[in-house]
Design a protein. Structure first.
Length: 105
């Protein structure tokens, strides 16, 4: 009885080793590598989308807690809607022109 158990265990180990070797050989072919790279790209896109959704959700919650307007709506200023393009700074009209060092305008 003991020989038959060892025979079955050996046969099972052999079948497992052959199937694992076949999977590894298939994964290392050009098609297998292309499939793995494609799966990596899809995984990266899904991760990126999940991060963006989490950022948007966190920003929305933060805006609600702070009492700010929803993201994407223009904020009101004293003179109406803010007409300034994003990334541009307000410049004062009382600044000295460049190159004028004697203090006169």
């Amino acid at each position: 009885m003991s020989r038959s158990i060892w025979f079955v265990a050996g046969a099972g180990a052999g079948v497992y080793a052959v199937s694992r070797a076949r999977r590894v050989a298939e994964a290392l072919t050009s098609e297998g590598l292309r499939d793995r790279l494609g799966a990596l790209v899809v995984g990266a896109r899904l991760f990126r989308d999940e991060v963006r959704a989490g950022q948007h959700e966190s920003e929305t919650q933060l805006r609600e807690r702070l009492g700010l307007v929803p993201h994407g709506l223009p904020e009101l200023t004293a003179g109406g809607f803010e007409a300034q393009a994003p990334g541009r700074l307000h410049t004062s009209t009382t600044e000295e022109p460049e190159g004028n060092t004697d203090g006169h305008r």
